[in-house]
Design a protein around this ligand. Structure first.
Ligand SMILES: Nc1ncnc2c1ncn2[C@@H]1O[C@H](COP(=O)(O)OP(=O)(O)OP(=O)(O)O)[C@@H](O)[C@H]1O
Ligand SMILES: [Mg+2]
Length: 163
């Protein structure tokens, strides 16, 4: 068995204020690649859409276009380095039929970010899991899983101390 110390650990980043959540999104947006599926978990109001706004900015798109897709389920942001598909499963509850989104096709031509990823089994799409928590109204803790690609882990930790 491998020694636990050889294995990468999940990385956490403390985010004070929405600006910090957006900055994390920007850092990730610069590193995201076509075929990436970012699965965002986290309770109501923990900053998922705010993170997506940063992602679009980091890709070079227009963050002003980002709105919660809760009522339209799927938004597409073009105009950046690659196309970003923004999916929100909240309205679909636990009966999500993922076939609806043709995720394989979306991942062929861009990256996908999913809000409320805990409502579906995204495992077949090899998601990069990011968890957001709100320990207090002014702070969020973001965690990226240990198995995320180094490119995204590096982006995630790029300014962990300052944000
Ligand atoms: N690090 C942070 N510190 C304090 N407030 C934050 C932080 N990040 C985001 N917020 C604020 O939290 C609120 C909810 O943000 P947002 O809409 O992005 O959450 P969400 O997880 O997408 O919510 P929902 O579950 O409804 O989709 C917003 O007012 C946003 O500005
Ligand atoms: Mg949201």
């Amino acid at each position: 068995m491998r020694d636990a110390r050889d294995r990468p650990a999940p990385l956490a980043r403390s985010l004070v204020g929405a600006v910090a959540t957006e900055a994390l999104g920007r850092d990730l947006g610069r590193a995201v690649a076509s075929g990436d599926l970012l699965a965002l978990r986290g309770e109501l109001g923990t900053g998922k859409t705010t993170l997506v706004r940063g992602l679009v900015a980091g890709l070079g798109g227009d963050p002003g276009r980002v709105a919660s897709p809760t009522f339209v389920l799927h938004r597409v942001y073009r105009g950046g380095r690659l196309t970003l598909h923004h999916v929100d499963l909240f309205r679909l509850g636990t009966e999500v039929d993922l076939a609806l989104f043709a995720l394989d096709d979306l991942l062929d031509g861009g990256a996908v970010v999913v809000e409320w990823a805990e409502l579906a089994d995204l495992d077949p799409y090899r998601p990069v899991r990011i968890h957001l928590e709100a320990p207090s109204p002014d702070v969020r803790i973001a965690t990226i899983e240990a198995t995320a690609p180094a490119r995204l882990r590096d982006a995630f930790s790029s300014r962990a101390a300052s944000t």
